[in-house]
Design a protein around this ligand. Sequence first.
Ligand code: TRP
Ligand code: ZN
Length: 333
Amino acid sequence: MPLRRARLRSRPAAALLAGGLLTALLVPVAVAAEPAAQPASGSATAAPAARVAPEQAPDIPVANVKAHLSQFQSIAAANGGNRAHGRPGYRASLDYVKGKLDAAGFTTRIQQFSAGGGTGYNLIADWPGGDANQVLMAGAHLDSVSSGAGINDNGTGSAAVLETALAVARSGYQPREHLRFAWWGAEELGLVGSRYYVSNLPAADRAALSGYLNFDMIGSPNPGYFVYDDDPQIEKVFKDYYAGLGVPTEIETEGDGRSDHAAFKSAGVPVGGLFTGASRTKSAAQAAKWGGTAGQAFDRCYHSSCDTTSNVNDTALNRNSDALAHAVWTLSE
Ligand code: TRP
Ligand code: ZN
């Protein structure tokens, strides 16, 4: 993962003539990259196709992320109220995400495993292109507990990773690194799906992973802004993004090792991620800097039936979705 840097392009031939050949040869000119190409909309004057990786991630529309949450809520309602491992609501959630990715041009595969007497599934989506020996992954667990629809935990991470993947496709982003997105099964049974993926990954594929970014509970209703303090370079990308927003962050301590980055970290892969808090209580100092309610849990509906689409803070979801996309772009360019 290179540090963020300006891309260098040599001057076009006309500039060589006008500006002096020697200078142009010795001094490459840093230029701002063009914004990502938009989907063709009938314009006959589109710029020619010489593509430069965009420096900036697009804004992730929070309305799109919330539309995925509504779909997860409907899927739970149609399947006994949950999206838990081994239940039909899990498979329906996976089929929903897979359908969006397939339509957008991802190469998807379903990895099957057994856990707790049921069949579990991971969904892996590769964006064609990039260096096969430098693979950046972002993932989220897609299963809920059986007591509810699991919209903050972890519809939010699942939806934000999905919308980021779809934004990659919409922008035609062709990063230097290869991008892979993942939705894990059976996290709530003990991180089963992600552990299964890592332990079955051939050593060469594991060595090719440049990083794994995890998103588990990123829209808590009384949110904190927590950044995993694992790999320092990944941590810095998230912290710098939040510093740019003027929003203070804290190191994530509530769940060290309690989500799907654990298996990657154990395997020596650099990891990072974001979190807005679960059952811990927001302190007065935290409420002073982030707003919300002191003396109340970050998520009072954690692992409960009230973890519905009402159990999401849109500002936190919006910021974290944008931060996710920013990290994917910055770390893969
Ligand atoms: N992974 C936990 C769950 O799904 C939630 C959790 C607790 C968590 N602490 C965390 C997630 C810290 C990420 C980081 O039940
Ligand atoms: Zn959970």
